[in-house]
Structures are given as C-alpha cells and as structure tokens.
Design a protein around this ligand. Structure first.
Ligand SMILES: C[S@@+](CC[C@H](N)C(=O)[O-])C[C@H]1O[C@@H](n2cnc3c(N)ncnc32)[C@H](O)[C@@H]1O
Length: 254
C-alpha cells in the first residue's frame, strides 16, 4: 500500500484493516471467485474489502463494468488506491443499482458480517435488485457444524510482518454463538510499536444451511449450485467447512 503507515496513530480496528491483505493472502477461494468474475461482463463485489478480487480481474484483462462496495472506510480506502473498479462506501443493503450486473459476489465470508435476519433479508433483496434478469450471486459462509470459532483462541497464535517490517503476534478470542448464531471475535495484536496489545472487536454470524436456504428463498433467490470446497466438491452438512453457494435471480417477466 502507498499510504503512510504510522503505528502510533492506529487503533485496533484500523490496524486490522491495514493488515488485511497480509493476514489474508490470495488463496483458493479468491481463485474460485476470479473464474466467475472473468466469465461475467458486469460484476458487483459486495463487501469488497481492499478490492483485491476486482483489481486482480482488471489486471488479468477484464474489460467490463466492475464495481465494489464496502462500508468500512479503512478497507475501501485501500481499494480506492486503484482505479480498476468503481468503488462505493455502502452496506450491502444500501446497494444502489437496479438490473445493472450479471454477477454479484460476496467473498471471504463477508456474508457473515450480516448479523441478523432483517439485515440479511434487506441485503439479499438489494443485491437481487442490482442483478439483471438471469444474473447470479455467489457467496460463501462458514458452516456452523464445524464450530471453527473454537480454534479462535490464544492457543492458536500466528505472526504477520507489518508494513514497517516489524513482527506482530496475532491471536483471536471468540465467544460461543448466541441464540442468533453470532460469535463475537476479538483480534489481538502484540508488537514492538505499542506498550500494550491492540484489539479489534468484531462479530460474525454462523448460519445453518437450512436457515440460509430459507433466507435466500424469502429474498427471491434460487440455489443453483452448492459446494463444500473451492474445488467444487459437494457440500456435506456435517463436515464441510464452508457453504459455497451460487444463486440464480430467476428470469423475471418484463
Ligand atoms: C472478511 S472481509 C472480506 C473482504 C473481501 N470480500 C475479501 O474476500 O477479501 C469482510 C468485508 O465485509 C465488509 N462488510 C461488513 N459489513 C458489511 C455489510 N453490511 N455489507 C457489505 N459489506 C460488509 C467488511 O467491511 C469487510 O471489508
């Protein structure tokens, strides 16, 4: 990134955003979405974060309309360092387009940032509205059956090198899910710049596949494809780590 890195001026949330690309390097999930993006003419990336997916698509020769939206200023500011796409500061529910895109994606578990049924519904309806007739929506969300949050604790630390070249220690502290499946997650950074750890607080919702399908149906989506891995293996409710879904926006009569 080109902007100045001043660790003393950062709070935990901003540090988490600044380190996002280092903490989440390109992986199989990104490659899965990139294939979909490259095959579509007009693409909306909902919860685009730092814009990695659309920047890569443009770099690989995508010539169509690319738009990314995200409500987090610290994330979107990094996306805006590139003119690969049109970038908007907005939540999924505030998606402003109508019939504009052939594909919408919500990658990197961004769907889990939608913390209650009403927000999911409003977000899905707005995404559906943004799609042209026959358009598709692809997204992933962690399968609650695998209880991944139980690994997010101080016994599983890892390291990241920050933009100043310093080695930071990172660990997570997660709650058990509440009655809505919401897990609170603290990300704790320890490093030489600060006299005490910096903490980013967040929350992620874990949605069962049956609840997911109900929410999709209520929003007018039909499930076209479902996978349990980025290699497109079938989804198994008991042990697939991710619920990867490609939905159709049914053809609507004009
Ligand atoms: C884990 S990041 C994933 C970013 C990107 N999609 C990727 O794969 O690298 C989740 C993103 O969802 C965004 N987000 C949070 N609430 C959202 C909402 N209501 N609508 C859309 N995006 C949201 C966050 O700001 C964050 O950038």
């Amino acid at each position: 990134m080109t902007r100045t890195y001043d660790p003393a001026a950062l709070d935990g949330e901003t540090l988490d955003a600044v380190l996002y690309d280092r903490l989440n390097p390109w992986g199989a999930g990104d490659a899965f979405y990139l294939d979909l993006v490259m095959a579509a003419e007009r693409v909306l990336d909902v919860g685009c974060g730092t814009g990695t997916l659309l920047r890569r698509a443009r770099a690989e020769g995508h010539t169509g309309h690319l738009a990314g939206l995200d409500p987090d200023t610290a994330m979107l500011d990094q996306a805006r360092e590139s003119d690969a796409a049109e970038w908007r500061l907005a939540t999924a529910a505030q998606t402003p387009w109508t019939g504009e895109f052939d594909l919408a994606v919500m990658s990197g578990n961004a769907f889990q940032f939608l913390l209650d049924d009403a927000t999911v519904h409003d977000s899905l309806v707005a995404i559906r509205r943004a799609l042209a007739s026959g358009g598709r929506f692809a997204f992933d969300t962690r399968n609650p059956a695998c209880r991944e949050w139980r690994h997010w604790n101080p016994d599983h630390p890892y390291e990241v090198i920050d933009p100043a070249g310093a080695r930071l220690r990172v660990h997570h502290e997660a709650s058990e899910p509440d009655e809505d499946g919401v897990v609170t997650v603290a990300t704790v950074f320890t490093g030489p710049h600060w006299g005490r750890p910096l903490t980013a607080s967040g929350a992620l919702r874990f949605t069962s596949v049956s609840d997911l399908d109900r929410l999709l149906a209520e929003s007018g989506f039909t499930v076209a494809e479902r996978y349990g891995t980025w290699d497109r293996d079938p989804f198994h409710p008991d042990d697939s780590g991710s619920i990867i879904t490609i939905c159709g926006r049914p053809l609507s009569p004009r």
